[in-house]
Design a binder for this molecule. Structure first.
Ligand SMILES: O=C(CO)[C@H](O)[C@H](O)COP(=O)(O)O
Length: 231
């Protein structure tokens, strides 16, 4: 029986089959995305030519340490492919992301890509999104008012649950773009599209971790091998 690390590595390595020479690549955040970075670095050392755009400072640092040529979305605004992890994947390849706090940049990079492939172990597959707390990135200004507005908007959809300010130790967690994160413990989310719209209507909400209609493929590893799911 393979352990979680081995499964993440298997999924990440399978994504290399989709990487072609001279591609502009979005590179995700998290432990599975990092397994992809390490596998990619090996190919780059072997002569593969790609340019990466990182979805977080953490991924940027790792890519630079491993000598993967990097650019920014400002200089490379259209990408061929993004490879990223997820916290939950539903049967329609709708994702819940942001466990690592990189959801805003991850979503911008995914949207800038012709194709987004999710890499994950099979524990991330769910029938319905929401068991994992949904990260909501908010501006620090008026955060209590934003908190209350989110509560009101989501209660109107029949969703209730704690909204918890994410912390790193004693301090609030600050994203790479300088915002805060509320983790929303809604439980099952029957209509992710309606929730997405409602959250975007709240001033102060910068982004949320529902990735709808962005992923076209998922490479999901279990002890039976890596399955390729598509929409
Ligand atoms: O969305 C993310 C970071 O913001 C990650 O992709 C997600 O949390 C999965 O991480 P891991 O591969 O470590 O399980």
């Amino acid at each position: 029986m393979a352990n979680a690390e081995e499964l993440k590595r298997a999924a990440a390595e399978a994504a290399l089959d989709f990487v072609e020479d001279k591609m502009a690549l979005g590179i995700g955040t998290g432990t599975t995305a990092e397994a992809f970075v390490r596998a990619l670095a090996q190919r780059v050392r072997g002569g593969l030519k790609v340019t990466g755009v990182a979805t977080s400072e953490r991924t940027e640092r790792l890519c630079q340490e491993l000598s993967i040529p990097m650019a920014t979305l400002e200089t490379l605004p259209r990408l061929d492919l993004t490879v990223d992890g997820a916290d939950e994947i539903d049967p329609g390849l709708r994702l819940l992301k942001g466990g690592g706090g990189a959801l805003l940049r991850e979503k911008i990079v995914a949207k800038a890509s012709k194709r987004m492939i999710v890499v994950a172990d099979a524990a991330k597959l769910v029938d319905e999104l929401g068991a994992f707390p949904l990260p909501i990135e908010i501006n620090g200004f008026g955060m209590v008012a934003t908190y209350l507005a989110i509560q009101e908007a989501t209660e109107a959809l029949g969703l209730s649950g704690d909204l918890t300010l994410r912390r790193r130790g004693e301090e609030p967690f600050i994203t790479d773009s300088g915002h805060l994160i509320l983790d929303a413990d809604f439980g099952r989310i029957p209509d992710p599209q309606a929730l997405s719209r409602a959250l975007h209507e709240v001033p102060g909400v910068v982004e949320h971790g529902l990735f709808l209609g962005l992923a076209s493929d998922a490479l999901v590893a279990s002890s039976d091998g890596v399955r390729h799911l598509t929409v």
